[in-house]
Design a protein around this ligand. Sequence first.
Ligand code: DON
Length: 595
Amino acid sequence: MPTPNRRQIQPATARLCPTPAARLVAAALLALCAGTLQAQPIFDRGARFHPVQAPPGKGMVVSQDRLASEVGARILARGGNAIDAAVATGFALAVTFPQAGNLGGGGFMLVYLAESDQYHALDYRETAPASAQADMYVTAAGTIDTRKKRYGIESVAVPGTVAGLLHAHQKWGRLSRRQVLWPAIRLATKGFIISDSLAYSLQRAAPRLQTATTKAYFLDRDGNARPPGTHWRQPDLARTLRRIARHGRAGFYQGDTAQKIIDQVTKLGGQLTAQDLRDYRSLERPPLIATYRGHQIIAMPPPSSGGVHLIQMLNMLENIDLANLEHNSADYLHYLIEAMKPAYADRSLHLGDPDFTPVPVAQLTAKDYAAKLWKEIDPARARPAAQIRPTQFALNTTESHDTTHYGVWDAEGNVVSNTYTLNFSYGNGIAVAGAGFLLNNQMDDFTAQPGTANAYGLPGGTANAIAPGKRPLSSMAPTIVARNGTPILATGSPGGPTIITAVLQSILNVVDFQMNAAEAATAPRLHHQWQPDRILWEPGIPADTRQILKSRGHPFAPTPRPFGKLQLIAHHNDRLQGSTDPRWPGGSAAVQPAK
Ligand code: DON
């Protein structure tokens, strides 16, 4: 007999009371009648994968690196709130997770403050330098110089991470700047033991880290990755972090650190100036707030495309009872794929930095627009991508890419969902001499010429053209899901374009299929980004399911490939459930320890 999914075995109250509010009232009445509130079981015996749980009164941090998660959890134990812990974790990742943790990159942070019941979206995406020009990567022959755009010193955009983390700390944190930076300073000064996962990552990236400075910082004397178990100190990075602790943003965007960045850039013939650094500003923007099956979705607005298209896809999928289709059935996946295609098609045309180009956010996230798109889906046939938009692009899947997401939830109910990146693993591989950190290659996320694609195969148009001071379009999608006005899930992932579809599937897993955080992070996923017209799929999407989909015209990539590294925290039955995606080793959900 097939096992009913947990949606189908919900208590009778859930079926009789369709709205969450009605369910709350009914549950309270039932409890009153019984004369006592039943304690919730600590674990769900029906679960196939179990998350890490924090008991009531304890906060939690989930990140891709154990040491960084523990830094955040200890900050919570010392009286810091979720924002303090998020800032400390962000700086710690810059030391312990150099492939994506960073000072030289940028990102997006979503914050929920329980006391004011307010959501805040912080944009600390990098900006194009003042000298940038729309055609700066176009060669005389009219082609794109991808080496320059991805690996050259010209790939560097003005870093936003330090401004962003300090902005969040100053505005919403509680501890002193020194307190939140101290753990990172200590890790860089005293060093730490290189884990298997870091050694593996460095080993893979070693061929790209061979410039003299980068090699000296990240590899051994022979230019090889240090083996796991090596004690690794980063004294120059520690000094940079100390300058930030002492002088705040001036400790990075002015003075010694700024000078070292400019010296490095100038030496390699780049155009970034001291003025570019001084002018950098992180920006608070109104978060996108939408609904999905009675839940609230709080997401990142442009210049991230993450929130807009996440909401657009959820709006489409709300038109069908997904839970009835069964998780990862051919029908379910068919609708997912068909919802993904028009969203990514719209991305290529409409999305860019809203301070430079009008982005029709309201139209793209409107329920009636989604209803129109939904009607265009054929339940029985895949639509060729060219039928939705007529351009073909090659997706480069051989690149190694890295971004990182982390979440923090404190005992007071404050939540942070943060994604930041250098773009590729280790950015452009150029470290700043004397300062110990790597520079980003975020300029590659701009569209070099209308109709051309970035390293992730994402095509774009004039909305994402290069202009001085402009922010390149991103797919980063830190998201919070709330029910009855209270957060129930913080989600996010690295993975370039696959970020949005990984986050989408994490939300469907929790909302439609009642999965816990570990199940939601672990379940096999698939991805379609309109162009190229090809489904990326993971092991665990069975051959017969793929066969049904192929017979409907769905083109699958020849081999499966894991994608996304979800970092989830869910709030369920008064407990926090955390799960780091098992697709990458070394992450952890750290529970706030005793003081
Ligand atoms: O902002 C973006 O969309 C990309 N620069 C993100 C890159 C990324 O996620 C690489 N990760 N694995």
